[in-house]
Write a protein that binds this ligand. Structure first.
Ligand code: FES
Length: 170
């Protein structure tokens, strides 16, 4: 992002939605993070124009808004896929085979960490502990956590999501 912000070119509707989010969270103890999180929840990511608009509306330097947006791994300044896959890389899962799981996802989707499939369906990320260490290796797809993963189970889960059906493997 250019350090010198310019007037954002957001649609009227997007601008109104950002105003609504700011109004909802402006009195929170840490409003900026809450606002960025909610705007991303609505639009899927945080564009430069959205960050500039938030900066101007909150009278916070654009560099500070951009700094927060790029610091937290759950926030993204780039569009992500419809399904976000997060493979756990913390120690317990690593010992139980997370590298194999990550390799299976890469092989199945043809993308690397931080990338999105050309059809916009999947984005691949890594994450720290998902809270189910006893049944690692684990990964999360959107808000759903899967454990006891094998390469075959990973393929099955991803193919179900690719068909846009709710995966039912646990
Ligand atoms: S270390 Fe992977 S779920 Fe806890």
């Amino acid at each position: 992002m250019n350090a010198c912000s310019t007037a954002p070119t957001l649609s009227t509707e997007t601008d109104k939605q950002i105003d609504r989010v700011i109004e909802e969270y402006k009195d929170e103890p840490s409003p900026l993070l809450e606002i960025l999180n909610e705007v991303q929840h609505i639009f899927g990511y945080l564009s430069d124009d959205m960050l500039i608009a938030i900066s101007e509306k909150l009278s916070i330097p654009t560099s500070q808004v951009y700094g927060v947006a790029t610091f937290y791994s759950l926030l993204s300044t780039r569009p992500k896929g419809k399904h976000i896959i997060r493979v756990c890389e913390s120690a317990p899962c690593h010992v139980m085979g997370s590298e194999s799981v990550l390799r299976a996802v890469k092989d199945e989707l043809g993308i690397d960490l931080g990338e999105t499939t050309p059809d916009g369906l999947f984005t691949l990320e890594s994450t720290s502990c998902l809270g189910i260490c006893s049944v690692g290796p684990a990964m999360m797809v959107n808000d759903r956590v899967f454990g006891n993963l094998t390469r075959e189970k990973v393929r099955l889960i991803l193919r179900r999501y690719a068909k846009d059906k709710e995966a039912s493997v646990s």
